[in-house]
Design a protein around this ligand. Structure first.
Ligand SMILES: [Fe+2]
Ligand SMILES: [Fe+2]
Length: 216
């Protein structure tokens, strides 16, 4: 996992340098810093979401600029979690159904904040759709969101959530198990995009000399 986290932060630094005079990136950087100070685990989750969203976009033949916008969107998708109280945000136990409702509110909270701050519609859409599922079983709207962003956001979010250890789940899943999870739940996630994720991970792993094959 350290390798992916390291690569994600490296790409982040490159993009910050590239867009250092761009207001939206500067605002994004400030928000992300606030998230890092408040909850390191959520910030690390977000930077991996950004990394996967960028590479998925490139993998499906989006141009570089669109990929970079997906990176920024990934960084900020959970910014609404800044509103959550510590005993929920940093909980190491299973949450109650009442607390779940509070967690659900981070999507709308994030969307509202990003809108007020003048972020583009792509960033807003990523935030709003990252917990939606193709079969309508997601939240907050329970819609079947079939736009490109609406397909990238949930896959990136779930990949990162399963890949990184969480406060309530110290161990993480390996790529093979994560891909199997996606394939078993292909009514929730776009199958073509899962195949593109598999291709990206295969390339990325060979770049890092991970020799065992992804047999899914
Ligand atoms: Fe979220
Ligand atoms: Fe997330």
């Amino acid at each position: 996992m350290e390798k992916m986290l390291k690569d994600s932060h490296y790409l982040f630094q490159q993009l910050l340098f590239k867009y250092k005079d761009q207001v939206e990136w500067e605002k994004g950087r400030a928000l992300f810093l606030a998230l890092e100070y408040r909850c390191q685990a959520t910030a690390e989750h977000s930077v991996v979401v950004a990394f996967i969203a960028y590479h998925l976009a490139i993998q499906i033949n989006c141009d570089t600029h669109t990929g970079e916008r997906m990176f920024l969107a990934g960084l900020l998708h959970d910014i609404g979690k800044l509103k959550l109280p510590d005993d929920i945000l940093k909980s190491q136990r299973l949450i109650t159904s009442e607390e779940h409702q509070t967690i659900v509110s981070h999507v709308q909270g994030g969307y509202d904040a990003l809108k007020v701050l003048g972020f583009g519609s792509d960033i807003l859409q990523f935030c709003l759709t990252h917990h939606e599922r193709l079969d309508g079983s997601g939240y907050p709207q329970g819609i079947s969101e079939r736009s490109m962003i609406g397909k990238i956001a949930p896959i990136s979010d779930v990949y990162s959530a399963l890949k990184l250890p969480r406060l309530y789940r110290p161990s993480s899943l390996n790529d093979e198990h994560i891909l199997k999870y996606f394939i078993e739940n292909n009514h929730q996630f776009e199958e073509d995009y899962i195949q593109e994720l598999l291709k990206f991970l295969t390339t990325w792993r060979s770049h890092h000399n991970v020799t065992e094959k992804l047999s899914v």
